[in-house]
Design a protein around this ligand. Structure first.
Ligand code: PHE
Length: 339
């Protein structure tokens, strides 16, 4: 009996050693430990062993079963790890291989300028408000003190959709809409697209504006000057100087145009500023009391200032772009310089 068990153990050992797959190791398990396995047969024949030998032989059989089981388990662990490694190796990718470069997109220079201007004003406590591009005549003109048949309408040539509707000519209607549903204090900036039938090197039928509005008690020209000077210095550079020139807008009284010293030549005079050293960037003024009253704000208590500028124009000045149409061509050789 002892010899039989020794033979079984050593034949199991060599079969386990040569098993090279999970299926073949399972076959080995069935062959020795299965229902009709060789060692199972030995266990079954224990009843024929003489009583006095039973403890010794029993111990021997149990040890053989434990050692075969342990060898099988060890081999299963090894084969499982081996299978994973083989799979990993066959699926590995050569990451040292060079690939085609993917071209990353970036923001249009005008969008960079819009974001920069919004950052400046939001850091000064302004809120961003937007409105529809298809506007009513009322919000675009009448609420802003430009009645029907007023000659000032000629300042902003207009794409009409019908007698009532038009493509907004400026972002000021967003200011009218805000004043009609908010009581002061109001501090907003309105970026967006606007439309006018002009088309040449410095005008486009669609362009972008940012306008701003502050309405509160005791707002004066000093507030306007202070805020817009800070704006110009932050957008261009610390050395930028501003000057106010009298102007006319129906929605502001008094009205001004604001020039800054040319960012390209620093005020000495160059091609960009046409030799004057100054560049006009903003229209602005103290909100006409009639506009406040039109929009439901009591002009005997509140006053305000408003301003507006063209984004393409500022982008051209900031980056020295000579022709506005370049901004709309979307030639990647031009655009990639900004990213
Ligand atoms: N809405 C004016 C324009 O588009 C700009 C402006 C805004 C001027 C606010 C003064 C005050 O030309």
């Amino acid at each position: 009996m002892e010899n039989r068990i020794k033979t079984i153990t050593s034949s199991a050992q060599s079969l386990i050693a040569s098993a090279n797959s999970l299926e073949s190791i399972n076959d080995v398990r069935v062959k020795f430990l299965g229902k009709n396995g060789e060692l199972t047969a030995v266990l079954k024949s224990m009843r024929d062993v003489p009583v006095e030998q039973k403890p010794m032989i029993g111990k021997f059989v149990n040890e053989a079963r434990d050692s075969i089981t342990a060898m099988i388990e060890e081999k299963i662990t090894f084969l499982t790890a081996d299978a994973i490694n083989t799979k990993l190796q066959s699926e590995s990718i050569d990451i040292t291989l060079s690939t085609k470069k993917t071209k990353k997109g970036g923001l249009h220079p005008c969008s960079l300028v819009v974001n920069e201007i919004l950052n400046i004003f939001t850091s000064l406590g302004f809120q961003v408000k937007q409105g529809p591009e298809v506007e009513t005549d009322f919000y675009n003109f009448q609420a802003l003190n430009i009645p029907l048949d007023h000659p000032a309408r000629e300042m902003q040539d207009t794409f009409y959709i019908n007698d009532e509707l038009l493509l907004r000519t400026h972002t000021s209607p967003v200011q009218a809409r805000t004043m009609m549903n908010t009581q002061p204090p109001i501090r907003i900036v309105n970026p967006g697209k606007v439309y006018r039938p002009d088309d040449d090197a410095t005008h486009s039928p669609m362009f972008q504006q940012i306008e701003g509005l502050v309405v509160d008690k005791n707002i004066t020209m000093c507030d306007l000057k202070g805020i817009l000077e800070t704006f110009a210095k932050t957008l261009f550079n610390e050395k930028t100087k501003t000057r106010l020139r009298p102007s006319f807008f129906p929605f502001t009284e008094p009205s001004v145009e604001i020039d800054v010293t040319c960012a390209v030549c620093g005020g000495k005079g160059c091609r960009i500023c046409k030799g004057t050293g100054w560049i006009e960037i903003l229209g602005a003024g103290i909100v006409n009391p009639k506009v406040l009253d039109n929009c439901g704000i009591d002009s005997s208590i509140y006053s305000g200032f408003a301003f507006g500028c063209g984004i393409e124009r500022i982008t051209m000045i900031k980056y020295g772009v000579p022709d506005m149409r370049i901004l709309f061509d979307n030639d990647v050789r031009f655009l990639k310089q900004f990213n």
